[in-house]
Design a protein around this ligand. Sequence first.
Ligand SMILES: N[C@@H](CCC(=O)N[C@@H](CS)C(=O)NCC(=O)O)C(=O)O
Length: 201
Amino acid sequence: MELYLNATSPYARVARIAAMEKGLEPELVWVDPWSNDEQLLDVNPMARVPVLVTDEGQAISESLLVLQYLDGIVEATPLFPESALASVLQLTGLAQGLIDASFGTVIQRKHEGDTADNTLLGQRRLAAIKRTLAGLEKNLESAIKQQELPAFSATHIVTGVALEYLDFRLPEIHWRESHPALVELDKEMSARASFARTAFA
Ligand SMILES: N[C@@H](CCC(=O)N[C@@H](CS)C(=O)NCC(=O)O)C(=O)O
C-alpha cells in the first residue's frame, strides 16, 4: 500500500493519521502536487494529494474516501462507527468544510497576494471559517452532552487537523478564545502519537 502526500497538506495529514490509527504503515510517497509531478499524475489526474494506492493497485483519491476504505479493510478503531454515524458524519462534514475554507484562503493569498482577502470569494471564505467554527463548537458540545460521539472517530481526526491547520497557516484566527469544546478536542488529539508524528512543518 502506498500513500502519496506532502508535508503541508491538511487532507494528506488526515489520511496519514487515519492509516496510523488503523495500525497500517503504507509506503509514503512524498510529492509536490503543484509541480505536475508525473508520478502523482499517474495515480491522480487531478494532481492532488492524498492518494492511497491499494495493494491491488487501485488509486483512491479524496481524503474522506480514503478513510472509508481504511474502515473497510481494518475493523479496529472504526472511523465511521455505525452506532454514531449521523453525529460523526455531521461533525466530519463541518470539519472538512473548515479545512476547505482555510485551504482556499491560503491558496488564494499565495496566488493573488495581500488583496485576496478583500475579494468576494476571500470574504466569503473568511466568513465561512468563522461560522463553521461556531457550528462545530455548538454541535460538538451537544453531541458530547448527549453521548452521541465515540471517544475517537473521523470527526476527531478531521477536526484536530483543521484546528492545527488554522494554527499553522492562519494564526490570526484566534479560534481558542471562544470555542472551549474545540480546545479540549485539540488538546486530546495533539497528545496522540499519530498527531505528534505528523505535525505540520
Ligand atoms: N477534496 C480533496 C482535496 C485535496 C486537495 O485539494 N489537496 C491539495 C493539497 S492540500 C492539493 O493537492 N492541491 C493541488 C492542486 O489543487 O492542484 C480531499 O479531501 O482529498
